[in-house]
Design a protein around this ligand. Sequence first.
Ligand code: IFM
Length: 419
Amino acid sequence: MSENKKLKFPDGFLWGASNSAYQIEGGCVNNWSEWEKVNAGRLAKEARGKWQLWQQEQFPEMFEAQNYISGRACDHYNLYEKDFDSAKELGHNAHRFSLEWSRIEPEEGKFSPEGIEHYRKVLQALRVRGIEPMVTLWHWTNPLWLEKKGGCESRDFAPALARYAQYAVEQLGDLAEFWVTLNEPTAVLAMAYVKGVWPPQKKNPVAVWRVYRHLARAHNLAYDAMHSVSEKFQVGFSHNMFYYEPNNHRSWLDRALVRVIEYFANERFFRMTPGKHDFIGLQYYFHSRFKFPGLLRNDNLDLNDLAWEIYPEGIYHLLKGLQKYNLPIYITENGLADKTDARREKFIKDHLAQVHRAIQEGVNVRGYLYWSLLDNFEWDKGFWPRFGLVAVDYQTLERKIRPSALKYAEICKNNSLDI
Ligand code: IFM
């Protein structure tokens, strides 16, 4: 006979979801919005060669150029109160979102009072609903004035981000304690400068090296700038970590390959930013096996709509690995694209069971933020992947809470998971 078990989470645990400005607000003007204008047609044409047949059949919108134009997105810029009502209804006590830098500093060194005022209202809207905000400063989008100077490749990137960070906490710091400097710096390195598929599409080892340094420096300078305003701020960055395994644990070649990759993808950013973390933001989506000299296609084929493997155990191993830093850990993203909502409830529960396992073994995990609250614009893939707890009809802007969101709400409200 199977037994029911209640997995209790620590008191004060943060429960909620994440989102980013460019992916939901609508009306953003930045390096990505300029890039999509030029690349939407090409992305639509390339979809046939890029996605598997089952994906092409289920998501024919991937063949339309319009799918790749962020446009008004979910119009969250105007509808944020309604969206936070949903978060509250769903029992969330925390919410992570990003500021759109180009709205706050539309010209170099000139800050916009309207831009700041908007985000003050957003933060107040969270606060009145009893939702703790976590604010990301840079979720990959650069204002055009910075992009013209070379974006992340420019020496000005780091001091500019620090100046903006300082201004943001001066203006908004009374409403937010948790601050994320950078979202997934290594994802930008990999996709924009190693694979060359995201803007500025520069496949160049020198640029990789340079951008790695600039991003780490940006984090360090922003950390100091924010703490110069007040020591009360909790500052960290959100790290997209992969759980890597050697295909054959007895092969030293497979193991050595995993160590090298792990160093560059998971560890190096920490080494370049020592002592500049009040917490760690962990984002977990991927598991990969390596067989020397390369990557192996995983054959555990529980997949999401993007054909990403679902592998909950990976989050446990990553959390155990992060224990050595002796810092509080927030899971700032974990989620899946699942339009029919067939897998989301199990996905969340299975991952949370692994998070709980790590907590039982002493890992200091303090929160879980599902990606994402709303369906959103998935960068170079456009609108077809559906990550949201809340489904969005992009024609009518109507929102609909998905059934899995109600199951997640029970966990949030009870601070425990029944298995
Ligand atoms: O949508 C993205 C988000 O912007 C950063 N982390 C991964 C998510 C899913 O791909």
